[in-house]
Ligand binder design. Structure first.
Ligand SMILES: Nc1ncnc2c1ncn2[C@@H]1O[C@H](COP(=O)(O)OP(=O)(O)O)[C@@H](O)[C@H]1O
Ligand SMILES: [Mg+2]
Length: 306
């Protein structure tokens, strides 16, 4: 037996789940490895669709950067169900990987960005008001396949129709939303919540700059470059985030982490654009103690499996 096995035997083992293209994880996710080690937990980067992996070797598998599942979500959700201990749980992954959850949360009273849905084979008619609109798929991440269109501009109008058609032809459910132009000035606020023995607690927040400059022209790589800064969350933002988490099916106490993404709506009050319970970037490097809090959250989940 090697020294490595000796030193890790008996210690809890955690898989940090990624994709082949990011086999060594993102630098930000690697920040949790030392805090875990300091708490006696061994963490390995593991590729989700690597067929040689025995997931039963892990006391917990933590989804981090499996960002290549967008075109094969069914496979990803089916895989999630086979992992003995997954954070977040597989039913949450199924619910959260399709942005139709926005309608459910809206019905539960959460202020959400107004969304029209275009199913495969359905004909879309552009809104009459000629404002700016966002077109994106219901299953997506990293701002992929997402475009911004000024419907007063005939060229943009044509490109908007082409975008909806392209997504529909690919069998994808399409979302059309008014462009929340406050994102250009105020940015988007992401509120990060982590598990504690007393339930999910607010950890930190970041500001993400606006992502959309115009029509979808495709993206090289797994995600579009983001401009991130540390920021505080306002009382209003905290309240909307808490309401959002309270409406998660099955309760938020089961979650290891949650990210609530808000942009000011037409009246300036924060509205939900995305609830990320599957594989959110956690921006651990942007807040003191965040990596330690995630390590503590992992310990909480290890001692109280869901
Ligand atoms: N309705 C909208 N108004 C303004 N910006 C938007 C809107 N929808 C999306 N965006 C921009 O596009 C980015 C990606 O969209 P999002 O819905 O978060 O999908 P994902 O992150 O899953 O790709 C957001 O971070 C935001 O900058
Ligand atoms: Mg997003």
């Amino acid at each position: 037996m090697t020294t490595h096995h000796q030193s890790t035997r008996g210690k809890p083992r955690v898989a940090l789940v990624t994709c082949a293209e990011l086999a060594d994880l993102e630098a930000d996710d690697r920040l949790v490895i030392d805090p875990l080690a300091a708490r006696g937990v061994v963490a390995d980067a593991v590729v989700w669709d690597d067929p040689t992996v025995d997931w039963s070797r892990y006391d917990l598998a933590v989804l981090r950067s499996p960002w290549d599942y967008m075109s094969r979500r069914d496979e990803f959700v089916a895989w999630a169900q086979t992992v003995p201990a997954l954070a977040n749980p597989a039913d949450v992954v199924r619910w959260n990987t399709d942005k139709r959850y926005l309608d459910e949360l809206s019905a539960a009273g959460v202020p959400t960005v107004p969304t029209a849905w275009v199913a495969q084979g359905e004909t879309w008619t552009a809104p009459a008001d000629r404002g700016e609109y966002v077109i994106k798929p219901a299953v997506s991440a990293g701002s992929q396949d997402t475009g911004r269109y000024d419907l007063a501009d005939p060229e943009h109008r044509d490109l908007a129709y082409a975008h909806v058609r392209r997504l529909g032809d690919a069998g994808r459910l399409t979302m059309v939303q008014p462009y929340l132009d406050a994102v250009d000035t105020a940015g988007e606020t992401a509120l990060l919540f982590l598990a504690t023995p007393d339930g999910l607690r607010f950890s930190h927040a970041i500001r993400k700059g606006p992502m959309l400059t115009g029509p979808d022209l495709g993206t090289d790589g797994l995600y579009k470059a983001e401009e991130i800064r540390a920021r505080d969350a306002s009382a209003d933002e905290r309240a909307v985030a808490e309401r959002t988490l309270a409406a998660v099916p099955g309760g938020s106490e089961r979650l290891l982490y949650a990210r609530v993404d808000l942009i000011p709506g037409a009246d300036g009050a924060p509205v939900l654009v995305e609830l990320e319970l599957t594989e959110p970037s956690l921006f651990l490097g942007y807040a003191d103690g965040a990596a330690d809090r995630l390590a503590e959250a992992v310990l909480t989940r290890l001692s109280r499996p869901v």
